[in-house]
Design a protein around this ligand. Structure first.
Ligand SMILES: NC(=O)C1=CN([C@@H]2O[C@H](COP(=O)(O)OP(=O)(O)OC[C@H]3O[C@@H](n4cnc5c(N)ncnc54)[C@H](OP(=O)(O)O)[C@@H]3O)[C@@H](O)[C@H]2O)C=CC1
Ligand SMILES: Nc1nc(=O)c2c([nH]1)NC[C@@H]1CN(c3ccc(C(=O)N[C@@H](CCC(=O)O)C(=O)O)cc3)C=[N+]21
Length: 358
């Protein structure tokens, strides 16, 4: 294990160094023409930042026309199909496929939907999935024992404990029990710590932040030197997103529930990633004309006219923001599908690492 870790760390450190070597004057342009920078291999994702330095081929930083709506669903489908091809190649070459275990405690309807979507996405990509459901009132030891059995299972390369857990369970203890090499959510303190530290590289980048950055890459949004604001500072989304944006040399401000003048701070940003879970928090006066807006927020609100009596809305007042921003993600159909695609990507990376498959 130490040997694997140190070799990965060496490669990551080299990529980090390269980024500084290639650093050059920062352009004031934000939005470039759509281009694909996806890489399924973690180290390449880092070095892909270098491609961001390509001169922009088009620019749309004014509010003269409506924002480009970034179709996360379409991009996620494309990534999932690339993953499916890689999984097939792995199966044909070494007779193995990646495996993901999902643990769900309790019966929250939203969690059940997310878990179902994740399992379906695994099936479509040829990734083996194991689903373990536990009752709401199950003891902590029962969850720890399931985690431990997946830790020991060599056909499982990723373990996901669906959050939030019921109140009586110690989330920290349970997440700490996950094997570091199978922490495809990237929530283990060792992964998060390595994400935060210069010259270190995590084994996994948390899926939602990774999906947000991937969307920025795909749309040719330059990150280096830009002002970015992340609204929210949770361990799951806000914190790792701010760390990741810093890694790509944005100047990052974090806005949270106790921030004074959040709209003033946010209106300075070229890139806004919002993950507060507060519908319509971000109004048009929060946004600088031409800003790129990534809306992570996913809140169900009552809507008798929709099929299930509710619909999902983001943190951003979409109708207003499209008039000001240069690009924006919708909810649904923006970051959500990317989160799932990145989960599959992390699971594939993990299996490749385990089997030393390149
Ligand atoms: N699309 C996707 O794939 C995913 C979507 N989500 C969605 O993203 C949202 C955030 O999720 P998560 O990070 O887990 O949520 P948390 O509730 O853990 O964190 C919310 C964060 O937002 C901040 N916040 C709350 N209200 C305000 C406000 N009025 N102004 C500024 N900041 C505020 C909080 O600040 P403080 O720290 O001060 O309390 C906190 O840091 C939710 O809607 C969730 O459903 C989450 C994961 C994946
Ligand atoms: N250990 C863990 N890892 C997670 O990554 C994790 C978690 N727990 N707990 C909950 C949050 C939330 N989350 C989402 C995933 C997909 C969509 C998604 O696909 N959304 C669709 C809509 C889905 C629908 O119709 O309900 C969309 O935005 O288009 C949303 C949210 C992952 N999370």
């Amino acid at each position: 294990m130490m040997e694997i870790m140190s070799s990965i760390e060496r490669r990551m450190a080299a990529a980090w160094h390269n980024k500084y070597v290639i650093r050059r004057a920062i352009s004031t342009q934000i939005l470039m023409s759509p281009q694909s920078l996806v890489s399924l291999d973690l180290p390449e994702i880092w070095t892909a930042a270098a491609d961001n330095l390509r001169p922009p081929t088009s620019l749309n930083c004014s509010n003269e026309q409506d924002a480009v709506v970034i179709d996360g669903k379409l991009i996620a489908e494309d990534i999932r199909s690339t993953i499916a091809t890689e999984v097939r190649r792995m199966k044909e070459s070494i007779g193995k496929v990646p495996g993901l275990a999902v643990i769900l405690v309790g019966q929250r309807r939203d969690s059940q939907t997310y878990v179902r979507n994740k399992i379906k996405a695994c099936e479509e990509a040829g990734i083996k999935s194991l689903f373990h459901e536990l009752p709401e009132d199950c003891p902590e030891d029962a969850v720890l024992s399931v985690v431990s059995s997946f830790n020991e299972d060599p056909t499982i390369h990723g373990i996901l404990v669906q959050l939030p857990l019921p109140q009586h369970l110690d989330e920290v203890k349970i997440l700490n029990a996950l094997s570091l090499e199978k922490d495809v959510d990237g929530f283990h303190p060792m992964n998060m710590g390595n994400l935060a530290m210069r010259g270190r590289e995590p084994l996994f980048i948390p899926c939602t932040p990774k999906g947000c950055i991937e969307l920025l890459f795909r749309f040719g949004v330059e990150i280096m030197g830009k002002n970015a604001v992340v609204i929210g500072r949770s361990n799951v989304v806000g914190l790792p997103t701010s760390l990741l944006l810093q890694r790509y040399h944005a100047t990052v401000s974090v806005v949270h529930a106790l921030t004074n003048n959040p709209e003033e701070i946010t209106s300075e940003a070229d890139i806004v990633v919002t993950a507060a879970g507060v519908p319509n928090l971000v109004r048009s006066n929060w946004l600088k004309p031409g800003a790129v807006v990534i809306d992570v927020g996913t809140c169900p609100i009552e809507d008798p006219s929709s099929e299930f009596g509710y619909r999902l809305v983001g943190d951003v007042c979409h109708e207003e923001a499209v008039k000001v921003a240069s690009a924006i993600t919708p909810v649904p159909g923006g970051v959500g599908p990317m989160t799932i695609a990145m989960l599959l990507s992390n699971t594939l990376d993990s299996a490749k690492r385990a089997y030393e498959f390149v």
